[in-house]
Design a protein around this ligand. Structure first.
Ligand SMILES: C[S@@+](CC[C@H](N)C(=O)[O-])C[C@H]1O[C@@H](n2cnc3c(N)ncnc32)[C@H](O)[C@@H]1O
Length: 259
């Protein structure tokens, strides 16, 4: 049996595999031992990815790096952009709950994927801790800000459309959801890559202001001040996709250099 997921092919999601995954877990002979045990559900999802069909999950290698960061930082609130079938929400929701966190919010635009995620989170016993919100994440982020004016995202996990990372991070800054003290972790910065995002988080203050101005003008968004995020201390942590392909996470701490 391979240790890696099946390779990613041209069609890599939304062809019924997500519902097959859920059905395979719901009819699994070991289902009783998975109920309320996140690690066992993750193992069953990984089994499906190895033996049946590729799934675009963060996977064990990169996931354990993020879980360690959660244990170190003990965030109160964590938000992920791009939840898919709930693999990262199960892994990181479990880590966050163990670290004493209060809330994990998973933003997913597809109703079908979100439905699978909610079912798997319920089996894992995390449905009262992880909230799955359906819709494009920019709209969900605005909605979150309206509902919770004081909310700060302590740990933001970016794992949706790679070209949207930079737009949505800037939106989080504009909404003061990401501010000094927040940690931002971006997946897939090597494969398939997110060059515009890396340019932003690794840029100087002036370079970041130029990128922000361009985006705000292009999207006709109101130009806002920096909200205290003056710089990111950013590092690439090399790792692997669940298929075995090299990849990496960009881990960026938002800091206020005036502090
Ligand atoms: C790579 S998958 C996420 C994998 C998940 N984080 C995990 O590791 O288990 C990317 C997901 O982002 C979702 N997505 C893409 N663009 C989005 C957007 N603008 N808002 C919300 N979700 C989005 C896709 O539907 C897909 O489910």
């Amino acid at each position: 049996m391979s240790q890696f997921y099946k390779p990613e092919e041209e069609v890599f999601c939304n062809d019924g595999r997500e519902q097959q995954l859920l059905a395979s877990i719901q009819s699994h002979p070991n289902l009783p031992s998975m109920i309320g045990v996140p690690a066992r559900i993750l193992e069953a999802i990984d089994d499906f990815g190895r033996n049946h069909n590729f799934l675009m999950n963060v996977g064990k290698a990169k996931g354990s790096i993020v879980s360690r960061k959660i244990a170190e930082k003990c965030p109160t609130t964590m938000v992920e952009l791009g939840g898919y079938i709930g693999y990262s929400a199960i892994m990181f929701g479990d880590a966050l709950r163990k670290a004493g966190g209060k809330s994990y919010i998973s933003l997913e635009k597809s109703e079908g994927f979100a439905a699978v995620a909610r079912s798997l989170l319920a089996i894992a016993g995390l449905d009262d801790f992880v909230e799955v919100r359906i819709g494009p994440c920019d709209a969900s982020l605005r909605q979150l800000r309206q509902e919770q004016p004081e909310l700060q995202i302590d740990l933001l996990f970016l794992d949706h459309q790679k070209s949207a990372y930079v737009y949505d991070l800037i939106l989080c800054e504009e909404l003061c959801l990401v501010r000094s003290g927040s940690l931002v972790i971006a997946d897939n910065v090597i494969s398939p890559g997110a060059p515009g995002y890396l340019e932003y988080v690794r840029g100087t203050r002036a370079e970041r202001a130029t990128i922000r101005d361009k985006i705000q003008a292009k999207q006709q968004r109101p130009v806002t001040s920096e909200n205290g995020v003056v710089a990111y201390l950013s590092e690439l942590v090399a790792s692997f996709e669940p298929t075995g392909e090299p990849d990496g996470l960009e881990i960026s701490s938002a800091i206020n250099t005036a502090e």
